[in-house]
Design a protein around this ligand. Structure first.
Ligand SMILES: Nc1ncnc2c1ncn2[C@@H]1O[C@H](COP(=O)(O)OP(=O)(O)OP(=O)(O)O)[C@@H](O)[C@H]1O
Ligand SMILES: [Mg+2]
Length: 212
């Protein structure tokens, strides 16, 4: 944590000084900017990870999904008109032991991507069920949209840091989401078809004592 904060502080200092000096007189390459941003993000991630380990709690996954969709729609009221939300949620799910806000950030990021992929009207589906991951029982979450879809060649890139096709995008959301899910011992996969839509499947391993 302290190490992460130091890196972050030194990077922020660098950018503050750089911002003043470089204004109008220096040219920094795009790779240089990306490298610096990468280090800042890594430091921020480290700080976040440390906080997460302390703040884990028992979370109902269906509730977390409901809260996430509520948050997204509250921040984009126009989407409520054009997007139909369908739920197919299992009601016998064991609780998950996880840092709740990071889980919400993950769902919000994927739901937001889904809504952004639907240019006019469409459907966003949220589904949960029991499954397995790495030979362990898991809760499976599927978030699907009827949006533009992802070209087959681009599918392997979507989790890359800074991969974005959006004018205002950072290419950070899915990279962070995958890191979070993997840290819990789970995984995240995407399947997509152009003009049909996209599905993200997230698997979260469940503690055996949560199953009884
Ligand atoms: N549901 C989806 N349908 C179509 N393309 C998607 C979908 N989700 C992600 N993508 C593609 O993957 C890219 C990376 O997504 P990611 O969430 O990491 O970044 P972003 O949305 O571009 O920016 P941000 O960092 O603000 O989230 C997107 O720019 C888009 O091209
Ligand atoms: Mg995104």
């Amino acid at each position: 944590m302290r190490f992460g904060q130091q890196i972050l502080a030194s990077k922020l200092r660098f950018w503050a000084v750089f911002g003043v000096l470089a204004f109008g007189c220096t040219k920094l390459t795009l790779d240089g900017i990306r490298q610096e941003a990468f280090l800042i993000l890594n430091a921020a991630q480290e700080i976040k990870r440390t906080t997460e380990a302390r703040a884990a709690e028992t979370v109902d996954l269906n509730d977390a999904l409901e809260e996430s969709i509520k948050r997204v729609l509250a921040s984009r009221p126009e989407a409520e008109e054009r997007i139909q939300v369908i739920r197919n949620l299992a009601h016998d799910l064991p609780p998950l032991y996880v840092e709740r806000n990071s889980l919400l950030d993950t769902f919000v990021s994927i739901i937001q991507n889904g809504i952004e992929a639907i240019s006019k009207e469409g459907v966003l589906s949220l589904a949960t069920c029991l499954g397995s991951v790495n030979d362990q029982p898991s809760i499976e979450v599927r978030i699907s949209d009827t949006g533009v879809g992802i070209p087959p060649d681009d599918i392997p890139k979507v989790f890359d840091l800074f991969y974005t096709t959006k004018e205002q995008g950072l290419g950070f959301g899915l990279w962070r989401d995958r890191a979070f899910v993997r840290k819990l011992g789970g995984n995240i996969e995407v399947s997509s078809a152009i003009g049909v839509g996209t599905t993200f499947t997230l698997k979260f391993p469940v503690r055996s004592d949560a199953l009884s």
